[in-house]
Write a protein that binds this ligand. Structure first.
Ligand code: ADP
Length: 387
């Protein structure tokens, strides 16, 4: 309803109508009048009124009909019946049917004014209530959304815990199983088997340590406790250093590593240790998922003067499009490569992703099954002053 208070007055006595209308206009209301009941109904159907004042006895229709239609079209309309002593019973019936009040003829203006003021106050309260309920509904909806997001987080945590327990159990079972065989007095093993089993135990223990370290890294990042410690360093020097670290690993599969630095890439301002870990994770994946004598390349170049792009490229087994969607998730290993699966713990890429994101960057993969993969990350280059 509009801010202006619209009142419809209907009475078959033109004099009464005139007096009421003049008095109400004097009070500041916008008044519409109707002498006939049908005329009043037509007006009600055309526009909403805050207040309808209707004589209970009209020549063409009953005031009760006006009440019924007015309330049906707009339940908030307050209908005030004007009644003589003779029709007071009908007026009481009107109240039961939802009329706001009735007033006896001759109408005392002060009494009518009080009734109108009360009706308008109740209408305002009703509107305020409705707005409050709507606001409450909106907040409830937001709460539900937050709840749902929380549930998803909690579900993700449970999934993570389940996967983690599984990953921990596998090497532990292997350690327990092989050590039990070695320790068994009933059926002693020969020296060669003994050494072989000890080696399995050693590999499983190392895997376990790697897994636990990765989980610790991840939880440190997740809890927000890992912060950037940027410094200025030469990227080429860092990559040479990384190369020295990975060369023994690459040598086991006779793989080569080529580092290419684009023009202008020299000193950068970033977290050196975290950059090293990103490269190590990507290169060790390239090593794991590339066959003997495979070629690995690292290319770093400036995409713009302030954005560094680094790619780790291999000519290995590649990743199918559907698997590319999930490999950055925790334990998001590719199920179709069981022989290579055991080599990793499935956290390297999610750690690399988070470390890149900590730098404000992003990481993605381009790959084709059987034709190798290119993992690229881009990071905005901060300046020493922090700009
Ligand atoms: P993992 O410890 O298994 O290497 P990651 O999170 O580093 O865990 O990698 C997740 C999975 O993504 C790997 O198990 C592998 O299936 C796939 N993947 C990662 N890097 C490569 C790559 N260079 N070539 C092919 N597959 C890869």
């Amino acid at each position: 309803m509009s801010l202006v208070t619209n009142i419809l007055v209907t009475d078959d006595e033109p004099a009464t109508l005139e007096t009421l209308s003049a008095a109400l206009e004097e009070m500041g209301y916008r008044v519409t009048t109707a002498v006939k009941g049908q005329e009043a109904l037509a007006l009600i159907r055309r526009q909403p009124f805050n207040i309808v004042i209707a004589d209970i006895k009209l020549p063409d229709i009953s005031g009760l009909k006006i009440l019924e239609i007015a309330r049906e079209l707009n339940p908030e309309t307050a209908v005030i019946m004007i009644t003589g002593h003779a029709s007071i019973e009908t007026a009481v019936e009107a109240i039961n049917e939802g009329a706001y009040a009735y007033i006896l003829k001759p109408v005392a203006m002060s009494e009518l004014e009080t009734i109108i003021n009360n009706a308008l106050r109740e209408q305002r309260l009703l509107i305020e209530n409705r707005e409050l309920v709507e606001r409450l509904r909106q907040s409830n909806k937001r709460l539900e959304e937050v709840n749902m997001a929380l549930e998803q987080v909690s579900q993700a945590k449970s999934d993570f815990m389940a996967k983690m327990s599984h990953e921990l159990r596998t090497p532990l079972n292997s350690i327990i199983g092989f050590s039990e065989v070695i320790l068994s007095k009933a059926s002693p093993v020969d020296q060669a088997t003994h050494d072989e089993f000890l080696n399995y135990i050693h590999v499983s223990a190392k895997h376990l340590l790697h897994l636990i370290n990765s989980i610790l890294d991840l939880s440190k990042i997740e809890s927000g406790k890992m912060s950037l410690e940027p410094s200025e360093f030469d990227l080429a020097v860092l990559l040479e250093d990384v190369k020295i670290t990975v060369l023994p690993m690459l040598a086991t599969k006779k793989q080569t590593l080529q580092i290419e630095m684009g023009e202008g890439v020299s000193s950068i301002f970033a977290d050196e240790a975290k950059m090293r870990q990103i490269f190590l994770n990507l290169i060790s994946n390239a090593h794991k998922f590339t066959l003997t004598e495979g070629k690995i390349r690292v290319i770093c170049q400036l995409e713009t003067p302030h954005v560094l792009h680094c790619s780790v490229i291999d000519n290995g087994i590649g990743i199918s499009p559907q698997d590319q969607q999930r490999i950055f998730e925790e334990f998001g290993q590719v199920k179709t490569s069981p022989n290579t699966r055991r080599q990793g713990v499935g956290l390297g890429l999610s750690i690399a992703k988070r470390l890149v994101e900590l730098h404000g960057g992003k990481i993605w993969v381009l790959s084709e099954l059987g034709h190798g993969s290119t993992f690229t990350f881009s990071i905005p280059l901060a300046t020493k002053g922090g700009a």
